[in-house]
Design a protein around this ligand. Structure first.
Ligand code: ADP
Length: 421
């Protein structure tokens, strides 16, 4: 009897367990179905029964605004795997790279970045981006056009996989703006330099012209008033010498300006012939005698021997003339010395003055066009002579340089190959 009862009780427990099992299986299937529906985006809302009654949680409503927002953003957005595969990107990202979204998804971001930039991108992608990072990169769109992008990165977790979300801001306009700003600054600097050049050039040209005009007006006045001094031989000689000096100065200035424009257009030619550098230097020194007298300088001391090479005599004369005129102008009345030497197929000329010298910081700059180490108010000049001299020496495959100590004179050197076997 007792056994029968026990057997009945066991039967009913098994039946209960069986029906519980069926109910649990049903609930599990339902939960799985709900999860699948949520994952597939088929669920709009969930009704949850709690102790305060039923509550509705809408899924679509919460997610949709973000999706719409990201899709329509004016900035590119993408999600990448940790090795750069594009999982997702928005319309703007695709437009920036001029590539359809379908083509972008699944491809590597690195096909749009230059090799050099890719290295930097990889390093940042692999580093800790949890707290976000912002860097500029040069991307290449599908048409191979460079697109500067400012990339903000932060790591995220999708289906337990490491991934990185990026926001790409196209900086093309900002870069163009910067380029335009630089261009505008360069242009206004060029206009300023041109205006300064015109003002210095007019001053330099006007000074000898004004002196010539004043001297001839004075002479005319004296002749008109029958002043016998107007016809004195010493006065006429002096006037003629002055006039020759002014005209020479004007001639040199105009020649320099023409040379600068020839150098710019590549139209400066070198006509080589056999020349004795020592002889040529001697001739230049003789021709400078009026300038030496006017500056109160002694005749430069010339040392060396006959040094023959294949050079353009007119152009070498121009260089030596420039360097000697500078030594007279900036060297004060001190004794100028010129040495001509030659060794191992090269000729060297050095021009030494004991003037105020050139500060170290200016010693390279003065060979540039229109560069000077002294203000035009102190000693006038246009900064063309050394630039032209350097170009002429370089056209002879030579080099020109200066050694100087501030306050202790300057030595200008040039050396040129003899050009004869
Ligand atoms: P410019 O004499 O017309 O200014 P240059 O090109 O011949 O033009 O010279 C450039 C600058 O180099 C000069 O303005 C001057 O500052 C400096 N310079 C040239 N030669 C000498 C020198 N012998 N001693 C000191 N400064 C010199």
């Amino acid at each position: 009897m007792i056994l029968k009862k026990k057997a009945k009780a066991v039967d009913s427990s098994v039946a209960k367990l069986k029906s519980l099992n069926v109910a649990l299986r049903y609930e599990l299937a339902e939960a799985k179905d709900t999860l699948r529906a949520i994952q597939n985006g088929e669920v709009d809302a969930l009704v949850v029964c709690g102790k305060d009654g039923e509550q509705i949680f809408t899924l679509k409503n919460a997610d949709q605004p973000y999706r719409v927002f990201v899709e329509n953003m004016n900035e590119g957005a993408a999600t990448l795997s940790s090795d750069g595969i594009i999982y997702y990107c928005n319309k703007c990202f695709a437009e920036t790279l001029k590539t359809p979204i379908e083509e972008l998804i699944g491809s590597s971001i690195y096909i749009f970045i230059s090799l050099e930039e890719a290295k930097k991108f990889k390093n940042i992608l692999k580093s800790d981006t949890k707290h976000g990072s912002q860097n500029s990169f040069l991307f290449k769109d599908k048409c191979n056009k460079t697109v500067p992008l400012l990339i903000s990165m932060s790591s995220s977790d999708i289906n337990e996989k490491d991934s990185v979300s990026i926001i790409a801001t196209n900086m093309t306009q900002q870069v163009q703006l910067k380029e335009y700003e630089k261009l505008a600054a360069d242009l206004s600097e060029a206009v300023r330099a041109r205006d300064e050049f015109i003002s210095i050039a007019s001053h330099e040209l006007k000074t000898p012209l004004t002196s010539l005009l004043l001297q001839s007006q004075m002479q005319l006045k004296m002749i008109k008033s029958n002043d016998p001094k107007a016809f004195e031989e010493s006065r006429i000689r002096n006037l003629s010498q002055q006039a020759a000096l002014h005209v020479t100065k004007l001639n040199v200035l105009v020649d320099d300006m023409l040379d600068i424009s020839r150098l710019k257009s590549g139209g400066l030619s070198i006509r080589k012939q056999s020349v004795d550098l020592y002889e040529l230097t001697n001739k230049v020194i003789k021709n400078l005698s009026p300038q030496l007298v006017s500056a109160g300088c002694k005749k430069p001391y010339l040392s060396g021997d006959k040094t023959v090479g294949l050079w353009d005599p007119m152009r070498l004369e121009q260089v030596i003339n420039n360097l000697l005129i500078n030594a007279i102008k900036y060297g004060g009345p001190s004794q100028i010395a010129v040495h001509i030497t030659s060794s191992k197929g090269w000729a060297q000329c050095s021009i030494i003055d004991k003037g105020k010298g050139i500060p170290k910081r200016d010693q390279l700059r003065i060979f540039e066009r229109y560069e000077r180490a002294i203000s035009a108010n102190e000693i006038s000049g246009m900064g063309m002579g050394l630039y032209i001299s350097q170009q002429l020496i370089q056209a002879h495959d030579g080099r020109i340089w200066v050694k100087s100590e501030n306050g202790n004179g300057s030595t200008f050197y040039f050396e040129i190959p003899l050009g004869i076997a």
